[in-house]
Design a protein around this ligand. Sequence first.
Ligand SMILES: [Zn+2]
Length: 139
Amino acid sequence: MKPVISLFDNPTLDTKAFWDHCDRGELRINHCDACQRNSHFPRQHCPHCGNRAVTPRAVSGKGVVYTFAHVRFSPFGTHWKSDLPYCVAHIDLEEGVRFMSRIVGDDREQVRIGSKVSLVFVDVQGEEKRRLPCFQLLA
Ligand SMILES: [Zn+2]
């Protein structure tokens, strides 16, 4: 898979574990030890009950497209033009959280609301060992 262009800030206390798992090819989302609900984006507490005992758990990597947009213009200048067009999507994971990501693959223009997708990690251009969790269409 062709490396993608992405912007990364330095990981924070909330996001470091998430990105470390991604770099190893694992997508993990927080599971609350108190209310047993999942949540995403990464943070050190449960947004449902406020409990601070959350555990990152691996996900199946399966989901359904909630919505998407094909990006055909680079808002970040010429550096991003080589990645155009790319597809940004909100994906409802089997684990019950909505996840913002990209749809990758040569058939990404075929994406529709409700399309079934699976997780794939893609290298980030210019970021040694950094991997971005993306999704590809299932046949
Ligand atoms: Zn909770």
